[in-house]
Design a binder for this molecule. Structure first.
Ligand SMILES: *[C@@H]1O[C@H](CO)[C@@H](O)[C@H](O)[C@H]1NC(C)=O
Length: 327
């Protein structure tokens, strides 16, 4: 009896029924409401197209699975508009060759690492409908650095970075860069706790930083050697979580659910800031991966995380612009 039951559960979970009924269930589950029936009809068609895409991607069986998440009623163009292109002037700055300075060749690197196991990663956050990804990369990297230094894990304020780092080249809800944010926090002298300076998913030009609520600071920051996945691995192994920029623009990324995300067509067109918190090798597929924390809530991907292919020609530009702060 039991094996039969298990079998039917597995069969069900692999079966995406591409139907209007299923759309209605999805809309209910995700709390989606639409202005009127014509908008609902358009979103139904978009959803049905995405449902077919997800079904086809899952049938490829390439070691990753895909699901109809909160973005399932968005066209791919609408999804991409949520990302923020990383401007050229941000990536022409010559990185310091940090790992070449810091890592003697005889140092051994473990085969896997997960900073969540060392209480250096806060729960997954949600940036909402605001292009503030860079501020979440910034807080994530600094939360890790400060937890490792002090033994105390605290959540830091993205809103402060958004409201207060305009002069450093960041653009509120319209994108920015984590290295500029590190520099801002260093100059400012601190960052408030999340609780003291809460996230609103809206930009403001009124900086409300309060030194009395300071929970952390940046004493310096580094770039990891560019396009060198071994260097990124080594910094992750020896130092802490690393802020990275990636290409999250493919339709497969939009619907990632589990396994190692591996799309050889994913180039280094950087458009999203995230946080690398570890690495390893997947037992089932044998693929190396970086473990990446996203800021789209815990329902996206693998509990809010994605395992991205490692050691495959710098896929999605994962090692193109890594940066890490000192607390
Ligand atoms: C439905 O809402 C959309 C978006 O606000 C609007 O453009 C459209 O005219 C509305 N259609 C009807 C039939 O009310």
């Amino acid at each position: 009896m039991l094996p039969l039951l298990l079998l039917s559960l597995v069969a069900l979970s692999n079966c995406y029924e591409v139907s209007v009924d299923h759309f209605q269930q999805w809309a209910f589950d995700h709390g989606k409401t639409y202005e009127n029936e014509s908008v609902r009809a358009i979103r139904t068609l978009v959803w049905l197209d995405n449902a077919q895409f997800v079904k086809d991607k899952n049938a490829e069986n390439n070691g990753a699975t895909f699901k109809l998440n909160q973005y399932a009623d968005l066209t791919h163009e609408e999804y991409k508009a949520l990302l923020s292109p990383i401007s050229d002037d941000a990536i022409t700055r010559a990185p310091e060759d940090m790992i070449a300075m810091a890592l003697p060749p005889w140092v051994n690197i473990p085969d896997s690492k997960d900073w969540r196991e060392e209480n250096a990663v806060t729960p997954v956050k949600n940036q909402g409908a605001c292009g503030s990804c860079y501020s979440f990369s910034t807080t994530g990297a600094l939360e890790g650095a400060c937890a490792i230094k002090t033994g105390k894990l605290q959540s830091f304020s993205e809103q402060q970075i958004m409201d207060c780092s305009w002069q450093y080249g960041n653009n509120g809800c319209n994108g920015g860069m984590f290295d500029r944010a590190f520099y801002y926090i260093q100059q400012q002298g601190g960052i408030d706790s999340e609780a003291a300076y809460a996230y609103t998913a809206k930009e403001s030009h009124t900086c409300k930083y309060d030194p009395k609520s300071k929970a952390g600071q940046v004493t310096g920051f580094y770039y990891v050697k560019q396009e060198d996945e071994n260097a990124l691995q080594a910094v992750l192994a020896l130092k802490g979580p690393v802020a990275i920029a990636i290409n999250a623009g493919l339709r497969s990324f939009q619907f990632y659910s589990s396994g190692v995300y591996d799309d050889p067509t994913c180039d280094a067109t950087l458009n999203h800031g995230v946080l690398a918190v570890g690495y390893g090798t997947d037992k089932d597929s044998g693929k190396d991966y970086f473990l990446v924390k996203n800021s789209w809530g815990p329902d996206w991907g693998l509990g809010g995380y994605i395992k991205m292919r490692r050691n495959s020609n710098n896929q999605c530009g994962i090692a193109t612009y890594p940066s890490i702060p000192d607390c």
